[in-house]
Design a protein around this ligand. Structure first.
Ligand code: WTA
Length: 571
């Protein structure tokens, strides 16, 4: 497909400012708006919510919430009081600064209140995606030594309390007749506490949020971000999301993933914007209905959703009034040029791709309103961010050469730790002075970056990062499975789907029933999105002489490509 450059539109960040600040941006200029400029201390939840009460925005709607059974709105003053209350609930339980408190529940206002309240008492918030099953929940709560969790009656059975000696408090949102011993009710506790709170003022380098994410080997890693990250959340809210005072902003991501917190919580509220949260499951109609109902102006979503909507047809779009939209953005996987052209046609909007990762905490390479878009490109680095392409020896490559996408270290929202695993953390910085993303890309002569793929085997299915090792480990727990190799297989809607190659133990025969059973086993033990959509039984899997399964060869088989160097493969 021929790339047609799409001309810029008006925004609050202009090209001149971009060029002026490109080489050097003084982040400390941004700090002037926040409390640490005056007191040396900070609290991100205060800056996101309570600060606006001082500037007359208390009665402005901060959150519209809507699902099959609820239709509510909360002002900044409401969220301030509710999160104060939740902070008091935690204080009463003895939760202290630095403790890990998790939320494991669907998107509801109570989730957002819990996140804010946790941050207000200086504890570190750990969001868990609601689709996680027992094994995934256990790994994350054990690794982080979480002391408290907020959940719902439906999800409670997935928390293996007996295996979690550190977990002292379980708070349940919603009706349940008999709460198990040691489990307390969110609503009862909230009733019993004051709506005034002594906020815990912390240092900018104190822990804020712990997001678990997948790599290609080993268990999920806990990526720790600190309060300092808010500087970048705030500023990218201006530069990239183009947030203005009267915007109605809809970020469609779940807070279980980093987009749902950095841009579903921090960026919009730090900028005092109104956020829309749509809970429950929703159909293509519901997507458009949500935009129409709230007159959404800025919409941040993902390629997999845009492709799904594209598949639902142009006619559906015509049935809704989407004229409120003025800025549309995407993140999570490569945004196909045809999706960009479709967006132009049906929404009359450019779709702005943005690139970043859990580890980077905030956007780094983006398409801005003030710049032409080259469909298929992720755009250009933020001011003050130096991104480049390195070869495997750590040398910078000239334009149009593919290599490792790397960022010069030091930006406000960079992760500060892999929880309890300094060695894993160091792996990202194997070339001194650079953060190595694990993505391959090239930069063109105009400075636009073009994503090419992952360098490791991490799978990106519907924008969700899945580590093949975690799925393989689950698969081999099944009594029929001797060995398993898992790859991402290209898929037109989901980007990639998970495909498992399985060698069975003696005494088991391949069958559709067994395939279904194995799929269910992963779904129920790990998470629905981690279950292989395709399974292929093989007598033997390709392995190195040291016994490592060669996912690269599996992928080549799948795609009908040459298998490359197989000199290390066993006979
Ligand atoms: C991929 C999500 C192409 C990439 C915020 C990255 C993308 C991983 C893009 C991070 C994009 C993210 N184009 N690929 N615009 N954005 N990715 O940690 O492989 O869930 O390394 O963070 O998603 O996924 P994560």
């Amino acid at each position: 497909m021929k790339v047609e450059i799409i001309p810029p539109t008006e925004g609050n960040f202009n090209l001149e400012d971009y060029q002026k600040t490109y080489d050097h941006f003084d982040w400390s200029e941004v700090e002037k708006e926040f409390s640490w400029y005056k007191t040396g201390k900070i609290n991100t939840a205060y800056e996101a919510i309570d600060r606006h009460l001082q500037t007359g925005k208390g009665d402005k709607v901060a959150l519209y919430y809507f699902d099959q059974t609820r239709d509510e709105s909360y002002t900044f003053a409401d969220l301030s009081k509710l999160s104060n209350k939740f902070g008091n609930v935690l204080r009463k339980l003895g939760i202290q600064k630095g403790d890990r408190v998790f939320v494991f529940m669907p998107r509801t206002p109570e989730l957002y209140v819990s996140v804010l309240g946790t941050i207000k008492v200086g504890a570190i918030i750990g969001p868990l995606f609601e689709a996680f099953m027992e094994g995934a929940v256990r790994d994350r709560l054990q690794d982080s030594e979480a002391v408290a969790i907020v959940t719902t009656p439906a999800l409670l059975p997935r928390i293996p309390l007996a295996d979690l000696p550190h977990l002292k408090h379980v708070i349940v949102v919603g009706e349940q007749a008999d709460l198990p011993a040691g489990v307390i009710s969110y609503h009862e506790e909230m009733k019993a506490v004051s709506d005034e709170l002594e906020i815990e003022w912390v240092d900018r380098e104190d822990g804020l949020i712990l997001h678990y994410t997948s790599g290609s080997t080993g268990k999920p890693k806990g990526v720790l971000h600190v309060h300092n990250a808010m500087i970048q959340h705030y500023q990218t809210g201006k530069w990239v999301l183009d947030l203005q005072d009267d915007d109605i902003f809809w970020c469609t991501a779940d807070p279980g993933w980093v987009t749902g917190t950095s841009y579903g919580i921090f960026a919009p509220w730090l900028n005092g914007a109104t956020s829309v949260i749509r809970g429950g499951r929703f159909t293509p109609d519901d997507w458009y209905r949500t935009i129409e109902k709230y007159k959404v102006t800025v919409w941040y979503s993902a390629p997999t959703s845009f492709r799904m909507l594209m598949g639902a047809g142009d006619e559906l779009v015509q049935r809704y009034d989407l004229s409120s939209l003025r800025h549309v953005l995407s993140v999570g996987e490569p945004l196909n040029p045809e999706v960009v052209y479709w967006g132009q046609k049906v929404f009359k909007q450019r779709i702005h791709d943005t690139w970043w990762m859990t580890e980077t905490g905030g956007q780094l390479i983006c398409n801005y309103k003030c710049m032409p878009i080259k469909p298929g490109s992720m755009g250009k680095p933020l001011p003050g961010i130096y991104a480049t392409i390195l070869d495997d020896q750590g040398n910078e490559l000239p334009p149009n050469r593919m290599g490792n996408l790397a960022i010069r270290v030091g930006w406000p929202s960079m992760m500060r730790q892999i929880w309890k695993n300094p060695a894993k953390y160091q792996e990202y910085f194997y070339v001194p002075g650079w953060y190595i993303s694990g993505d391959s890309a090239y930069k063109d002569e105009d400075g636009y970056f073009w994503f090419q793929g992952r360098i490791d085997d991490v799978i990106n299915t519907s924008g969700e990062r899945v580590g093949p090792f975690e799925v393989e480990s689950k698969l081999v727990e099944h009594p029929a499975v001797a060995e398993a190799g898992v790859i991402g297989k290209p898929d037109p809607v989901r980007g990639e789907i998970i495909k498992a190659f399985i060698a069975l133990r003696d005494g088991y025969e391949p069958s559709d029933a067994l395939m279904e059973e194995i799929r269910k086993f992963v779904k129920e033990g790990l998470a629905a999105h981690a279950a292989p959509r395709e399974i292929e039984f093989r007598d033997k899997l390709p392995k190195t002489r040291s016994g490592k399964i060669m996912r690269r060869v599996l992928k080549a088989w799948e795609l009908g490509l040459p298998t490359g160097d197989t000199s290390t493969m066993e006979d």
